[in-house]
Structure formats: C-alpha cells, structure tokens
Design a protein around this ligand. Structure first.
Ligand SMILES: Nc1ncnc2c1ncn2[C@@H]1O[C@H](COP(=O)(O)OP(=O)(O)OP(=O)(O)O)[C@@H](O)[C@H]1O
Length: 276
C-alpha cells in the first residue's frame, strides 16, 4: 500500500451507562491510503458508528492513536483539532436529519465555506452553486430547502457540503442505505468519481455486501467492537472466516435483505401468510 494518510492503532472507546463502563470499540487498527476505500461491515450495535464518530473526534478515545498529517488526533484538544476538522468529513445515512431544513441548499453548502474563511457572501454562494452542480444538482436547486428534495438529492447536498471543506478523508456512515437501489447506484458512482478526481480516502460503513464489493478495495468485519476479519474485499468476501461474514454473505443472496425492503406481495397462496 502507498503511504497511509490515516493510521489507526489499538483504538478503544468506552461509554459509561448506569455506572458501568462498556468498551464499544476495542483494539481497532488500520491504515487508509489516499484514493482508497476501506469498508466496515458488522452487525447492529457492534461499534461501527462509534468508530466513525471517534475518527472525526465527536467521541474521545479511551486508548490508542489516530495518526493524521503527522499528529495524533486522539490526543488533540478541541482548539488543536479545529484547523484539521475540515480534512476529515462525515456523511450520514439520513441526509434529511443532518441538513438544516431552514437553510437553502446553497446555504447548507456555503456554511463550511464561511468556516473556512470565505468572507464574501456572493463568493460563498458562487462556490456553493458550483459544488451543487458538481454533485449533479442544477443551479435552480440552489434556493430550495432540504424538505423539497428527494432522498438521493438530499444525499447529494450532504456530499456537496462535505466537499466544501476540501476533505482528504470522507467517512460514509450507511450513506446510501436509505436510498432506492437505482439512486444508491447513482450516489455510489458520484462518490467513486469524486474519489478518482480528488484522491479522497473513504471509510465506508455499510451492511450491504453488494455495495461493499463495488466501492471498496479492503473490508473489515467488526464484531463486539473489534475487527475480526480484515483484508482485500474479494478475499474476505469469497472466503469468509467469521460467522457474521458468512451470515451476511448468505443474506446477500436475498434481494429483500440487500435493499432492506420487504418483497412485494406476489407469493402464492400457500406462502401468503409468510409474506408480511
Ligand atoms: N453515547 C453513547 N452512550 C452510551 N452507549 C452508547 C453511546 N453510543 C453508542 N453506544 C453503545 O455502543 C454500542 C455501539 O453502538 P454503535 O452505534 O457504534 O453501533 P453500530 O455498529 O453503528 O450499530 P448500527 O449498525 O445499528 O448503527 C451500542 O451498544 C450502543 O448502545
């Protein structure tokens, strides 16, 4: 692998609930190179989102290191992190919940430009419209508000907002999971295109092996806070060692589980009771 842009070692994250300390990320380590994608899969509650949130330092690790640009993000204070925050951006599953419904699309994308010190309002708008076009939206979309967009369009606004910070690393937490299959494919194409053009590294959290196969060169399988399998995507998916990976692979054969949607009611009468 070429030199990693992000190196994570022995990362641990703990939460205290009702006086009990729970380690929800435990001994996680990986390297991520520019222009590459590491996918992270794992069952619900295994710690994927916590890992993602910790990499952008929305959580503080209990142990371990997150080396980026010659610094250890795990130990930096808020003030020290501020100039680096734009470099590692995150996009979420629910672009609706993460976009301010009171701002226009251009306003959403202009906000990080303001934080980056673009003081002229017209210049911010010009660049915001440019970024919206870059992700496939039209200039006339700029003055609409998030509720007036489809899910796929909202995700594009979320991506444009992340791009406004000129990120080196993009963390996608189930970023395409809520979208219809065809819209999902379009957003994946966009992410791939941006990666090719900008060399952005992705950490891509997904439960969809089809998507993982398409987008990543490496995959890590997480269980109870740990990476239990990690390697080239094709290798891990074709020879799964961990039970969870095997189950996920079996589930991937069922299209209803891939899309997360229930099948249409087409079952013959004998099966009708099962087709809820
Ligand atoms: N702020 C918090 N305080 C206490 N416990 C938390 C907190 N955030 C997450 N947890 C716990 O940490 C564990 C991991 O949660 P996390 O959201 O990282 O899992 P996940 O793998 O992303 O799950 P999913 O796929 O369902 O989103 C869970 O048991 C969760 O309840």
């Amino acid at each position: 692998m070429s030199d990693p842009i992000l190196s994570v070692r022995d990362l641990a994250v703990e939460f205290t609930t009702h006086g009990h300390r729970n380690r929800v990320v435990d001994g996680v380590g990986f390297d991520l190179a520019a222009g590459r994608t590491l996918a992270v899969v794992g069952e619900s509650g295994c710690g994927k989102s916590t890992l993602a949130r910790t990499l952008v330092r929305l959580e503080t690790p209990a142990a371990g290191s997150i080396r980026y640009a010659g610094r250890d993000l795990a130990t930096l204070t808020d003030k020290e992190l501020r100039p680096l925050r734009g470099d590692i951006q995150m996009i979420f599953q629910d672009p609706y919940g993460s976009l301010d419904p009171h701002l226009t699309a251009a306003g959403v994308v202009a906000e990080p430009l303001r934080l980056r010190g673009v003081t002229d309002r017209r210049e911010r708008r010009r660049r915001a419209v440019e970024l919206l076009e870059r992700v496939g939206l039209k200039p006339e979309h700029a003055d609409r508000r998030p509720p007036e967009f489809s899910g796929g369009q909202r995700q594009r606004i979320g991506i444009a907002r992340a791009l406004a910070s000129r990120p080196k690393i993009l963390i996608c937490d189930e970023a395409t999971s809520a979208l219809d299959v065809s819209v999902q494919a379009q957003v994946l194409d966009l992410l791939r295109e941006l990666q090719e053009q900008e060399g952005i590294a992705y950490l891509f959290i997904s439960h969809n092996l089809g998507v993982v196969r398409e987008i990543s060169q490496e995959v890590a399988v997480m269980s109870q806070g740990r990476f239990v399998e990690h390697g080239p995507t094709e290798e891990v998916l074709s020879r799964p060692r961990h039970d969870y990976t095997r189950r996920l692979r079996r589930a991937a054969l069922d299209p209803a589980l891939i899309t997360g949607r229930k099948p249409r009611l087409f079952a013959p009468a004998a099966n009708a009771g099962a087709a809820t």
